[in-house]
Design a protein around this ligand. Structure first.
Ligand code: NAD
Length: 733
């Protein structure tokens, strides 16, 4: 098995082709790096080789580094883990630096061999860091290609020289969006930004690369930072312009990350410190900060949830054994906000969609939603006019249930009313074949109850999308009591087709995500009722990495929806209902006509354009500030434990069957502090014993909703962690 092959052309140009066997996308492994190194040595040692092209045998260049490798480096290092990671990273720097210097005399900078990168498509992470070490980067004119360094998105930063090289190439300010936000670009935008050198027609990629190699002069091979008199674009930290950049960048990073993401801070340090020293020292600094990030539990947890486990779930880790269930024709019933979004994502993924509503006007409005999204895509040059026509042609908007004939999956998204849903189920089943799977997008009604309306309850399932459907990555699949394996497989295959991330949970009130987010919102309202300053509530949440404070989140989802859910839940739970205190806050807000962002008035005030202008001043009159105010940590504990205890209870109750789904679902579903890797990763980080201790304290002061679940107590007594106790989660049935 070889990842790289080496072919020497009769013109003296050697081509190293990256083509990892058995994978659709190249990823870099340690073995791959060693092979590449050996081929570079061969080329540099062979006097008949004039230069080298590094390219890919696949449609794309590379998706990045196999992060499992770095995680393993750390594990295998044992007590010397940091040293193992640092040495491993430095070994990569040595190879990339060898490519960059290409055998040239370090004094005269002459005599090197040109080495170019020729990318047929996407180059991400190390798939761009390797090209950045080459002397010229050619990318095929492939608008689908994505070029960039997305490492920050999984809690690390580019540690293969990408940080140091991009900053020296573009300057700290210009490199910031690519490093700090992981911004990806198509080839033309990447060229405009100065990241790559040439965009060429696909068919000419290798010819153009070859011509450059054969014509390159000594001077063409010298990187600006290796040339005498190099000055960093935009200035180094002690240059007046550079000073402004770095001061601004520090403030911006802290403002965006609230200081909870170690990678962003480490990245900035690597850039700042690296800017003041020679290039090779800067690489060493980059490697040290990279190691420090790798050793931080937050990064390990983020990689585990957002890269390894997210990927495993998307590949069907919990898919039951069942034949391929790829959806060919989808029926969507209800063309409202959710149905229209579901129709769009399916049609966009190439699936034929019949979109049914009670009136033709409503059905057409649902289809127009797709048109709107596609038009925005065209305006941003992400979508072509042809693509728009293709996607729209796949959607048939109608009132006629007969058009559903031949559908193999139905997703129902009509009003949240069991009677309406039951009538729709019967009507659909009369129109479709006996083996069609029926899914409901309900957010609150038990699947098992809704399945009673079906003549095939084993083919009845919940597929719960989040709003807005085209943006939200998570889809929650809910098994009712009678749901069969084929229905689960169908739902998972569908989610895979539309390129979202699935979790599979069992049926219970609010399933998983809403079950955990509601207590967070309620805790926010309770704090307010107790006289805690709203700014403290909101900032406490943000400072612990929640993207939105609880009050803002209620505003976004709307206060009347909260009132509706609260009333329905109370009616269903009766005397056990625990949330009267927070309901009083919501009901009062609704009585004031403050329904949230949608009517420009909620916990926040909004201007005429709908922009938030600050917390609503009327809150203080109705909820006078208590004195003294609680300390920040206590507020944070209340807000976090409200969520994580519910996640633990969902696991205890068997709603969750896999903690990986609990963590991935929490981050993607409601934005649970991504730096933590999710609720279970966070509990592992602080330890079950400490978690129980905090819960016991909160129970005394704030009541039994903080009682530590038996599972957590048991783990505390045994010194266990979730990721060890539940390491071998059995495959779901
Ligand atoms: P909506 O009111 O925007 O849309 C419902 C649509 O269903 C309307 O267009 C209506 O005309 C149509 N409809 C009603 N009865 C029908 C019938 N008998 N036959 C055909 N069409 C019919 O509602 P929505 O927000 O899109 O929610 C739909 C479902 O999705 C609900 O079950 C809701 O709980 C669930 N859901 C909503 C959200 C959310 O954020 N809004 C999130 C997840 C799930």
């Amino acid at each position: 098995m070889t990842d790289f092959t080496y072919v020497k052309g009769s013109d003296g140009v050697a081509t190293i082709t990256w083509d990892v066997p058995g994978k659709s996308m190249n990823v870099m492994s340690l073995a791959g790096f060693a092979e590449l190194d050996a081929h570079i040595d061969t080329a540099l040692a062979d006097p008949t080789v004039k230069g080298v092209i590094i390219t890919s045998g696949k449609a794309d260049f590379a998706g990045g580094m196999d992060l499992n490798v770095i995680a393993r480096m750390k594990e295998e290092g044992g007590a010397q883990a940091a040293k193992a990671v640092f040495d491993g990273v430095m070994a990569m720097h040595v190879i990339l630096r060898k490519i960059e210097r290409a055998g040239m005399d370090p004094k005269t900078l002459k005599g090197g061999k040109p080495i170019v990168a020729a990318l047929p498509g996407t180059g991400l992470g190390i798939g761009l860091e390797l090209p950045l070490a080459c002397h010229r980067i050619f990318v095929a004119d492939n608008p689908k290609a994505r070029i960039g360094l997305p490492e920050i998105m999984v809690g690390i930063f580019p540690g293969g020289g990408g940080t140091t090289r991009l900053v020296r190439k573009l300057g700290a300010m210009a490199a910031a969006p690519f490093l700090l936000e992981g911004k990806l670009s198509d080839p033309k935008a990447a060229k405009a930004a100065g990241i790559i050198d040439e965009v060429v027609p696909s068919a000419d990629l290798l010819t153009r690369a070859r011509a450059w190699v054969l014509a390159a002069s000594d001077a063409d091979l010298v990187k600006p930072w290796d040339a005498k008199g190099y000055k960093m674009p935009g200035g180094t930290p002690y240059h007046p312009a550079g000073f402004m950049t770095f001061v601004g960048a520090s403030a911006m990073v802290l403002g965006q990350t609230m200081g909870v993401y170690p990678a962003a801070k480490a990245l900035l340090s690597a850039v700042y410190e690296g800017a003041m020293v020679p290039f090779d020292t800067a690489l060493k600094i980059e490697a040290r900060w990279f190691t420090s990030v790798m050793m931080n539990p937050s990064s390990g947890a983020m990689i585990r949830s957002l890269f390894i486990n997210k990927g495993a779930l998307e590949k069907g880790a919990n898919r039951p054994d069942a034949p391929d269930q790829t959806v060919k024709k989808l029926g969507v019933i209800g063309a409202g906000m959710m149905g229209a979004g579901i129709a769009y994502v399916a049609a966009n993924a190439g699936i034929a969609v019949v979109l049914v509503d009670a009136t033709q006007e409503a059905a057409d409005r649902g289809k127009a939603h797709s048109e709107g999204i596609l038009d925005k895509g065209i305006a941003r040059r992400k979508v072509t006019v042809e693509k728009k026509a293709e996607v729209l042609a796949r959607i048939t908007a109608t009132t006629d249930y007969a058009a559903l004939a031949g559908c193999d999956l139905i997703v129902e998204a009509v009003f949240e009313d069991p009677k309406v849903k039951a009538a729709v189920t019967a009507k659909v089943e009369a129109a479709v074949g006996a083996d069609c799977i029926f899914a409901t997008n309900t957010s609150t009604l038990p699947i098992t109850e809704l399945a009673r309306a079906s003549t095939h309850p084993d083919q009845f399932i919940g597929i719960h999308f989040f709003s807005p459907v085209d943006k939200m990555a998570l889809v929650e699949i809910i098994r009712g009591k009678a749901t069969g394996a084929r229905a689960v497989a169908k739902a998972l295959d569908f989610v895979r087709q539309i390129r979202k991330t699935p979790i599979v949970v069992n049926d219970a009130r609010f399933f998983y995500a809403n079950r955990c987010i509601i207590p967070y919102l309620n805790e926010g309202a309770r704090l307010l009722a107790e006289g805690v300053e709203p700014a403290l509530i909101e900032n406490a949440a943000k400072l612990v990495g929640m993207p939105l404070g609880p009050l803002q989140l209620v505003d976004e989802t709307s206060i009347d929806l909260g009132v509706k859910i609260a009333k329905a839940t109370k009616a269903a739970m009766g005397a056990d209902y625990p949330d009267d205190t927070s309901d009083a806050v919501l009901f009062w807000m609704a009585d004031q006509g403050r329904l949230g962002r949608k009517n420009g008035a909620g916990f926040y005030a909004y201007d005429a354009q709908g922009k938030r202008t600050g917390l609503w001043e009327g809150l203080e009159a109705h909820f006078p500030h208590a004195s003294p105010q609680p300390d920040l940590t206590e507020v944070q504990h209340r807000l976090l434990f409200a969520q994580v205890l519910e996640a633990v209870r969902a696991l205890e109750d068997g709603v969750l069957t896999d903690i990986r789904e609990g963590d991935v679902g929490a981050i993607l579903g409601w934005g649970f502090a991504p730096w933590s890797g999710g609720p279970f990763s966070w509990l592992d980080m602080i330890g079950a014993a400490r978690a129980v201790e905090i819960c016991d304290g909160l129970t005394v002061t704030h009541g039994p909703r903080f009682t530590a679940p038996a599972l957590l107590r048991d783990m505390a007594s045994k010194g266990e962690q979730f990721y060890t106790r539940f390491a071998a989660t059995p495959k779901a049935a």
